[in-house]
Design a binder for this molecule. Sequence first.
Ligand code: HEM
Length: 137
Amino acid sequence: MTPEQVELIQNSFEKIKPIEAVAAKLFYERLFSIAPQVRHMFKADLTSQGMMLMQSLGAAVALLDNPERLILLLEGLGQRHKGYGVTEEHFAPVGQALLWTLEQGLGADFSGPTREAWTELFDTVQCFMLKGLQARA
Ligand code: HEM
């Protein structure tokens, strides 16, 4: 990712932060409408769950300039997702719901380059989470 993309993500994340509870709710509603088959996996209260997702994306954003730590964190997160029953094909609807939510929350600020930067971030997060998820042990 380029430094400009990192900045676009950090700026848009600042704008989403004040509405993260609403964004989290929108995200799950969207996810369960496009992928109802994943609904049963979520046992925890969805508001706190949504905050966790936002926070871990926040952590990823904050760690973009510290790739070694970020990779370790994401591999660990991916490993835990194995225990939640998550598989590779679940990432596409999660990514779609995430981009849709950002679009709702950011409106006109979700410009072409911002969308591209988020798409790249999600692809990177997915790539390292899958390494953790697919590792033996
Ligand atoms: C960008 C990718 C993702 C991120 C950043 C993320 C983040 C998180 C975080 C931080 C937690 C809290 C528990 C923990 O830290 O282990 C969690 C739990 C969970 N995630 Fe994810 N996740 C991602 C992708 C997915 C995908 C693709 C699925 C599949 C539907 C999924 C399903 C779950 C489930 C079922 C739980 C446990 C919920 C519960 O116990 O109620 N996640 N996720």
